[in-house]
Ligand binder design. Sequence first.
Ligand code: ADP
Ligand code: MG
Length: 626
Amino acid sequence: MFPGAERADQSTTRRIRRLPELLVNQIAAGEVVERPASVVKELIDNAIDAGATRISVDLERGGIELVRVTDDGSGIPPDDVPLALAPHATSKIAVAEDLDRIATMGFRGEALASIASVSRLSLRTRSREQPGASLLEAEGEIVGAVQPAPGAVGTSVIVRNLFFNTPARRKFLRTQGTEQGHCLDVIRELALSHPAIGFCATTDGRAVLDLPPNQSPRERVLAVMGKELAEQFVESSADEMSDARGLALWGMVGLPVLARATAKCQHVFLNGRPIRDKTIQHALREAYRGLIEPGRYPTAVIMLEMDPGAVDVNVHPAKAEVRFRDGSMVHGTVLRSVREALSAADLTPSVNSAGFGAARGYRPGEETAILPREGAPTGEARANAFVEFFARTVPETAGRLSYDAIRDAMNKDVAAAAPAEQPAPVSQAMEVPRPADRLLQVHNSYVVTQDEQGLVIVDQHALHERVMFEHLLARVGAGDLESQRMLMPAVVPATTRQVERLQELAPLLKRIGVVLEPLGPAVIGVQAFPTFLFDRGVDEAEFVQGILEKTDDEGFVPGGEEALAEVLDMMACKAAVKAGNHLSDQELRDLLKMRDLVERGSNCPHGRPTSIRLTIRELERRFGRS
Ligand code: ADP
Ligand code: MG
């Protein structure tokens, strides 16, 4: 008989049969237990549900050899101990309606049974009423009898030799180092969301984490994320509990410099449970739009509290994904509160020993190096400040830094929007600590100044570009940009496709004051050009070519706001002073004044920083004064 025939033969007589319990559990384990980190997560979840105030985790060989989780929680009464390892046995829900208001970390009652089916598990537990502990050991299918044993109140679960009886699964484990990393990620994540619980962890006998109980959420975030990052975080909050929407948010979000290439730096929790949620990721990215480069992820810890009835957590075996009843409300709340926190904060990164992202050692009580820009104009006041600022400075500012057109447009705009009754906050806002009188331009590219915290170095092009960008944005909001007809159309070579798309592009171009016409199958003529760019000697053909190239990008939707922002950004970039341009003292002063007026002065439209700061404290440290 040739290979395979036997199998084919068997299939014809296959009968339906109930799977043995071990196999059922092992299949369930496939969903719940993927690697040592999943064991760590399930065991810590149980400890949290048991009301533990201290949880310790010991790992050997990345958790592959051993995971031990010990807690000081409620323990399990002796009679219930065998049930703990039985599938679908849980103390957390009893009736179907409970599923609508799950407030515990676990509820499926399958974690311990699943883990026991693929490991050598030992459970030692003692409830408060008991004089001693109970010990139960299991190895795959074989579950022992409950034995009395010594032990403190609480529970200690040891999981040895994970996947010892399922070699196929064992093969998928990575190196010890990788598995250990995943385990520690899980511990940190759960520690972040439970600042009242003390956590400690060892790997192969070495202490790697020690977090005291009863920390404030803020202390916990800093302790877990690295105290040296203290001054690179902004606190954010929203409380919508009051208006019956039932959502509260607290978070700490990192300065743009802390953005990373993967979403691993984002920790989102819903009612204490770590979740991955696309809606929230998207809201975070939106909040940082223009502050970080596209494709990077802002570092963030976001805690959401919400009525368990308003969210379905039972859509994913490891409960990492959830379904919100009102996703857009959650999106809006995250976006708004993070955006508010960012715009109220000074986002200038500090330079320090390890470069960006790692600041001086954190000392308790000395927490806010991230100062809200006190007295900085907001909303209406900011708009007025723009107008007044330009009204005052334009006459004495020549050439590259003149904004006649903008001032007029803004004047018109703001006069229409708000009667000129409230100039009061403006002068107040203008009193914020001014930069040094003498400014130093370094290599015709950077401007050195000071503020209340120390020394500030500004990238002249990046800052000017940001300023221009915000102005253009404000102006386009008020109406199409002013444009100038060309005496002779500038001629731009183009692709056939670009010529074909002109029609589609026309409304966008009209908003920025550009008029294009096909002059032939592969030639475009520039009939009108924005005065703003014209005045700054920007080459028409080059600029238009840049726009045409942008439109070739996939994802460029000519009608969208994003496309408009991109095009305005191009204008801002072209019109801004370049690195290498010498600026007069007056120009330098004007440029720096604008820094306080623009909303996102800390970053250029591409998300690169416009300025960096060397704090006095850091200087003192470096000169050995402290
Ligand atoms: P679930 O957490 O979904 O209920 P598990 O299989 O993780 O299911 O645990 C089964 C039951 O065992 C729990 O409902 C709980 O009653 C008990 N248990 C497990 N771990 C602990 C612990 N560390 N402390 C107290 N009770 C525990
Ligand atoms: Mg559980």
